[in-house]
Design a protein around this ligand. Structure first.
Ligand SMILES: [Ca+2]
Ligand SMILES: [Ca+2]
Length: 351
């Protein structure tokens, strides 16, 4: 029995091992008006070659699409919440929606799958076209961060607009994705995400579809797995004359632990993104609906501004103190051409 209990805990630990109020919620391309590209390049050149090496994915690598889709039956579902936490986000009230049957990706779209798309179509993302995207402060070295301080987002100074950042260079021009091919693709805009899904014969999920998928068939639960963030399970057994208790903590999602934005304790094992197949699946078999990366949906935030698109699920930068949005009913938005290091997507398809 002791061996069984230890095995349970080891398996849970393996899951963890293997496996933001603004957390990137307001950054958008509209801020490019204040962006001094000449200054950026002068600063970059003064780095004595640092951040100047461009590493690309080898052309010879051809990847298969590895995402699977899960069928969710059409019927009436509850979405939204009466337990509203962020009022300005219009999280509630709870309401009934009637959905037709649809498929949704089991995983967030990975770098591997997105690279398959770009190799076959020569698709160029908006971050590649604009020539920049937003990188979180902790992923820049101190010297470079200091030089780039004028390129911070005013309302969220932990975001830096860095030239040469795109999905293959997620942390600036000297970074690459060779070791993170199974992590979610980031620095992709709503338009990029739509193009990818269309290529696969799919589409982005509507907000209602995404939220139903997140809840895994449950009603009014905060998270894809229930109401408690990281549930504990107690195992008791008798060894010799002793009664021994072992506590195993179930970690379900990659969010921010510690004090945002300066200290991340990495209790869940990750300071940045995690591989798309890690952390437990919900009742529908879907991984990382909460946390890891925000996910684009098809819907506009409001009819007044159709360019603002709804994103769901929160990210590895979300902390309860600042961006308690890793809940199924939580929502935020960005313009359709925005990209950032914590924003990805998954596809859906009508059944
Ligand atoms: Ca984390
Ligand atoms: Ca996610």
């Amino acid at each position: 029995m002791l061996a069984s209990i230890i095995l349970i805990c080891i398996l849970q630990f393996k899951i963890i091992e293997n496996k933001e109020s603004n957390c990137g919620c307001s950054i958008d391309r509209a801020q490019k008006d204040n962006y001094d590209r000449k200054l950026f390049y002068n600063l970059l050149q003064s780095e004595e070659g640092e951040c100047s090496t461009v590493t690309k994915v080898e052309d010879s690598e051809i990847y298969e699409v590895t995402n699977d889709m899960v069928l969710i039956s059409g019927r009436e579902y509850y979405i939204g919440t009466d337990d509203i936490i962020i009022k300005n986000d219009i999280e509630g009230p709870e309401k009934i929606v009637k959905l037709d049957s649809f498929y949704v990706d089991k995983y967030e779209v990975s770098n591997r799958d997105f690279s398959h798309f770009t190799k076959l179509t020569n698709y160029k993302t908006e971050a590649e076209t604009f020539g920049d995207s937003f990188v979180f402060a902790l992923f820049l070295n101190n010297t470079f961060r200091d030089k780039m301080k004028d390129f911070r987002v005013l309302q969220a100074p932990w975001w830096y607009k860095i030239m040469g950042t795109d999905w293959t260079h997620p942390y600036g021009p000297d970074s690459d994705i060779l070791d993170v091919m199974d992590h979610p693709v980031i620095h992709v805009s709503w338009n990029d995400a739509r193009a990818y899904c269309k290529w696969r014969g799919a589409r982005l999920p509507t907000e209602a579809e995404w939220e139903v998928a997140c809840r895994g068939g449950q009603r009014a639960t905060k998270y894809p797995w229930g109401d408690k963030l990281f549930p504990e399970k107690k195992h008791m057994f008798v060894y010799s004359i002793y009664i021994i208790l072992i506590y195993c903590v179930f970690i379900w999602a990659n969010i921010w632990q510690g004090t945002f934005p300066h200290h991340n304790s990495e209790k869940d094992g990750y300071i940045g993104t995690n591989p798309v197949h890690l952390f437990p699946q919900n009742n529908f078999g879907l991984h990382n609906m909460a946390g890891n990366v925000w996910e684009w949906t098809e819907d506009s935030w409001s009819s007044d501004n159709p360019k603002e698109k709804v994103k769901k699920g929160g990210s590895y930068l979300c902390h309860r103190s600042y961006c308690y949005r890793y809940r199924c009913s939580a929502r935020s938005h960005n313009t359709d051409d925005s990209s950032a290091g914590n924003l990805g997507f998954r596809c859906a398809k009508s059944a």
